[in-house]
Design a protein around this ligand. Structure first.
Ligand code: NAD
Length: 331
């Protein structure tokens, strides 16, 4: 099967890993990548990719990519993903996640792209009772999660009205090689490793007892491909990641043990979901998910990679739209 696919967010952590996996395991695939390089890195884009530096909020520029040829599938991974920061940058979050996705859905309908795989997030459940199941009614408490939910619902409408086939994937807290080490706001494993490499304490919010289903990136790449290529799966929603969960403090302890360095510092609590993990039986059954990499093994592999990276200065988001109620540690 030879597919031509459009991958958005191809320079980001998940996008770059996914593209490399596809081109290694399914080399007959042609990959066109799009990214505005806002949080992704050009050097992470595999050289076998036809790459376009385009912002998805620019529908005119996006349209030009669709004139380069037909696509068998869109894999939409581009997003502004920063839970907890998103209420302070609402407009940016909706532009990056809702309007950008809208432009892509419009193009998919107009160009009759048969399949739209959307990388949503566990955050779109909000503050439900864990383990979250795909049929749960969300209890939103964060703008990022809500913005992801809007696109999930838009896809359902596009499927019913225009016949656009979709697969929604809701991954959990992923970690592994290629995760940004310059982030201040998200991806706790990357932040902790960046702190270790710069001799700073590992900072935890509140009591650090928030539980998350930390998932090693390699474990979810084959199921994403299955969502792209298995025609029998259509108009479905899947939780995607590990069935086991750990506290954020356990991640800090594990990284300190692996590296033999570091100390913890507890900061003010944030407005966030305390416990977020899912039932993954549907993805195990239909997408062949086997998330078997344990935390210590996965973090060990990530640390091997992290030590070889040239650290960039930590990125600050300097265009906050709301400053009232901003946490002291982000001022
Ligand atoms: N990393 C996680 O733990 C996690 C968990 C749940 C869901 N997700 C979702 O998975 C996807 C990938 O996340 P990631 O961790 O790789 O993030 P990332 O920030 O590394 O990658 C996102 C990419 O999208 C690009 N981008 C952002 N806005 C864009 C726009 N308007 N136009 C074009 N490109 C744009 C960025 O430059 C970046 O390269 C996202 O949709 C995210 O919401 C990630």
């Amino acid at each position: 099967m030879s597919l031509r696919i459009l991958v958005t967010g191809a320079a980001g952590f998940v996008g770059a890993n996914f593209v490399r996996h596809v081109l290694d395991e399914h080399p007959e695939t042609a990959v066109v990548g799009v990214d505005n390089l806002s949080t992704g890195f050009r050097h992470q884009v595999d050289e076998r990719v036809e790459f376009h530096e385009v912002d998805l909020t620019d529908h005119v520029a996006l349209e030009k990519i669709f004139t380069t040829g037909e696509f068998d599938a869109i894999v939409h991974m581009a997003a502004f993903a920063a839970e907890c920061l998103s209420p302070f940058v609402r407009r940016h979050c909706y532009m990056s996640n809702v309007i950008a996705s809208t432009n892509l859905i419009n193009a998919a309908i107009n160009h009759e792209v048969p399949r739209f795989v959307f990388m949503s997030s566990i955050a779109s459940y909000g503050d439900c009772e864990p383990p979250f199941r795909e049929d749960a009614t969300p209890v939103h408490n964060d703008i990022y999660g809500l913005s992801k939910y809007v696109t999930e619902q838009d896809l359902k409408i596009a499927a019913a009205q225009h016949g656009l086939e979709y697969v929604v994937l809701k991954p959990f807290n992923m970690y592994g090689p290629l995760q940004a080490l310059d982030s201040r706001y998200r991806n706790v494993a990357g932040i902790f490793m960046q702190k270790i490499l710069t001799d700073q304490p590992l900072t935890l919010y509140g009591d650090g007892q928030q539980t998350r289903a930390f998932t090693y990136i390699e474990d979810i790449l084959p199921p994403i491909w299955r969502a792209v290529s298995d025609k029998s799966i259509r108009n479905e929603v899947f939780n995607l990641g590990s069935s086991s969960f750990h506290t954020v403090e356990e991640v800090a302890d594990c990284i300190m043990q692996i590296t033999g360095r570091g100390e913890k510092r507890f900061l003010e609590a944030r407005h966030e979901v305390k416990h977020a993990y899912c039932d993954v039986s549907k993805a195990e059954k239909l997408l062949g998910l086997v998330a078997s990499t344990d935390l210590a093994t996965g973090l060990g592999r990530m640390w091997e990679w992290a030590q070889k990276q040239t650290l960039k200065p930590v990125k600050f988001f300097d265009e906050l739209e709301v400053t009232r109620g901003l946490y002291g540690f982000w001022k």
